[in-house]
Design a protein around this ligand. Structure first.
Ligand SMILES: [Zn+2]
Length: 71
């Protein structure tokens, strides 16, 4: 039996391409922003699709209670 714990640890992670900046990103539990290379790329990509799809879902009616002031 050979104890190769270091090799086993490296096998659980691999390199992927970051969808945001196309840079190599470490896909492993050590990288919370996976499959992105960093949290900045992750938030940047989320903001991209959010601005595209969430505009329609955003309600545009004003608060009815706000228009009724004290009489
Ligand atoms: Zn990136």
């Amino acid at each position: 039996m050979k104890a190769k714990s270091d090799k086993n640890a490296a096998g659980s992670s691999r390199w992927v391409t970051c969808p945001a900046c196309k840079e190599p990103a470490l896909y492993s539990p050590a990288n919370p922003a996976r499959p992105f290379c960093s949290a900045r790329c992750k938030s940047h990509d989320l903001g991209a699709w959010a601005s595209e799809g969430y505009r329609v879902a955003a309600p545009a009616d004003p608060d009815p209670d706000d228009s009724q002031g004290p009489a």
